[in-house]
Design a protein around this ligand. Structure first.
Ligand code: PEP
Ligand code: MG
Length: 543
């Protein structure tokens, strides 16, 4: 048995086989070949296989997601047939007498850099496509099926770290736990684990080259320990505790259907955070009163091109209908910083957390924003939907958003499309927004405090840097005072204020939040019932 002490970001116990997720860092070696003609044939055959795969993917997508979404595979087929691309690969093989893998990888780098440097946004987005088709050819040349993220049975994922664009590709039903070597408490892998209600460890010093796929393991999300090949005694102890936890969960289920009211009659809205339609089952099981944060950017991640209005509409409509009249707050896309999407063509930034992200992208590229708003407004006819905007720091931003939203309303009205007028809220996650919250409150219907970012920007601590965990204190007095200020300014303007950052789930602070007058807490589905228990036991007169 080997033990590794990591840092627990979500409790629970998982027992099962390991899946080692190695980043697709395909280091292509340059080797000299004697048989140049043979190498050219190898390339042509791989290219034809890749083309055939794309044709099949197109047919499948056509049936499942429609023409508009399937079109990307046709574009990839066209690019794969492009003369310039092929000539470049063949030329490198011929003139340098090198292997096909090297020629494809070099062409991929050269062409993608060329596209990325173009002025036209459409052409910039093609950089990701060139990489994609080249990866496909490289996979065929290497004889792998390229299907790295689906599993035949449930697994414990072991990885160096996982980017949001990687987690979206996971077959989530089959994930028992996450264990990462790096990552922070506020990384999106941690948030995902909490949403899924499964154990997760970060900062676990495992040597990924030593751990093997299918190795038997156990994760203790309470102590933060990963056991590789646990001995019988350890395993039995973990199984007993797993059973106890299950019993506790059953007890909490008795609180389903109860209202979130304190002993002295204070009621609080207790909602859930989600990132995917699949999380709706957990929302129902845990009896959340609504959805306080749907991270819509996950619809944009892990794909090659922008989701269409229709595709987004179907998702928002399903969520609104499933929640059957309960509040559904959808946050507009929060791309940027750690949530990178290549096809957005945002170049390298010195300081991405302070760069082009979230609402800034939407205001600079209103065509992307309008597509999402149209989908949201259309879906508003199917339930109790509200829209929330991330990373606001100026009054003019919300005014401009309202102008754009008005244009969307007018366009929909002109085309006779049905919609209701969704409530409009903003996230308070910059110190600037806190300081002008009195003015902002007059412009919107609600505030939702994003403590994950508010902490990073207030304390000047990168939420993604594990070295700084000791300095990243979401309950720092500065943040707590800011929360009070936001709540007071919201109430002065007659609107409500909630918390949708991870701090909202901290049960040691629930009583304090209630005393501060926080109106809503939006947490991962698994935290709803534990919070309800505390609310029911609280008397704010004695805090
Ligand atoms: C936050 O910043 O607190 C938040 C809820 O948004 P995200 O974690 O997605 O940045
Ligand atoms: Mg945020």
């Amino acid at each position: 048995m080997q033990e590794y002490q990591g840092k627990a970001v979500f409790g629970g116990i998982a027992i099962g086989k390991i899946f080692v997720y190695q980043k697709d860092e395909r280091r292509v070696k340059r080797t000299k070949v004697d048989d140049v003609e043979g190498e050219l044939i190898r390339y042509q055959e791989a290219r034809e296989t890749a083309d055939k795969q794309l044709g099949e993917l197109y047919e499948k997508a056509l049936l499942e997601v429609g023409e508009a979404n399937a079109a990307i595979f046709q574009i990839h087929q066209m690019m794969l047939g492009d003369d310039d691309y092929n000539e470049s690969v063949e030329n490198i093989i011929r003139t340098q007498s090198v292997n096909a893998e090297y020629a494809v990888a070099s062409t991929s780098d050269n062409f993608s850099q060329m596209f990325a440097a173009m002025d036209d946004e459409y052409m910039q987005a093609r950089a990701a496509d060139v990489k994609d088709i080249s990866e496909r050819v490289l996979t065929v040349l290497g004889g792998s099926d390229g299907n790295k993220m689906t599993f035949s049975e449930s697994v414990i994922i072991l990885a160096d770290d996982l980017a949001p664009s990687e987690t979206v590709q996971l077959d989530k039903e089959k994930v028992l736990a996450f264990v990462t070597v790096h990552g922070t408490v506020n990384s999106h892998t941690a948030i995902l684990a909490r949403t899924m209600g499964i154990p997760a460890l970060i900062g676990t010093p495992v040597d990924l080259s030593v751990a093997r796929n299918n190795q038997f393991a156990a994760v203790d999300g309470n102590t933060g320990i990963l056991y590789l090949e646990p001995d019988d005694e350890t395993l039995q102890g973990l199984k007993d505790r797993q059973q106890e936890e299950q019993e506790k969960r059953e007890m909490l289920k008795l609180l389903r259907g109860r209202e979130n009211v304190t002993i002295d009659g204070k009621e609080i809205m207790l909602y859930a955070n989600i990132g995917d339609m699949k999380d709706l089952a957990a929302v129902m099981q845990n009896d959340a009163g609504g959805i306080g944060l749907f991270r819509s950017e996950f619809i944009y991640l892990g794909r090659d091109n922008y989701p269409t209005e229709e595709e987004q509409f179907q998702i928002y409509k399903t969520v609104a209908e499933t929640m059957a009249g309960k509040k559904v707050i959808i946050r507009t896309l929060d791309i940027g910083a750690d949530k990178q999407c290549e096809y957005f063509g945002i170049g390298q930034e010195e300081n991405p957390a302070m760069g082009l992200r979230a609402i800034r992208i939407c205001l600079m590229r209103p065509e992307i924003f309008k597509t999402q708003l149209r989908a949201l407004y259309r879906a508003s006819a199917y339930g109790n939907l509200a829209i929330m905007y991330p990373l606001i720091s100026n009054l003019w931003e919300i005014r401009r958003i309202k102008e754009i939203a008005k244009e969307v309303e007018q366009e929909l009205t002109l085309t006779g499309i049905e919609f209701t007028r969704p409530q409009q809220g903003i996230m308070i996650e910059t110190p600037a927004a806190v300081m002008i919250s009195e003015e902002l409150a007059k412009e919107v219907d609600f505030f939702s405090i994003g403590t994950n970012d508010l902490t990073q920007y207030t304390l000047a601590v990168d939420r993604q840097n594990p070295e700084l965990d000791a300095f990243y204190e979401p309950n720092h007095p500065a943040v707590m005072r800011m929360i009070q200020m936001i709540v007071d300014n919201a109430h002065k303007a007659g609107i409500w204020a909630g918390i949708c950052g991870e701090l909202g789930a901290d049960t040691t602070l629930t009583k304090e939040f209630l005393a501060m007058g926080v109106d809503e807490l939006s947490v991962s589905p698994g935290s709803v019932l534990p919070l309800r228990k505390i609310i029911l036991e609280t008397d704010t007169r004695s805090i």
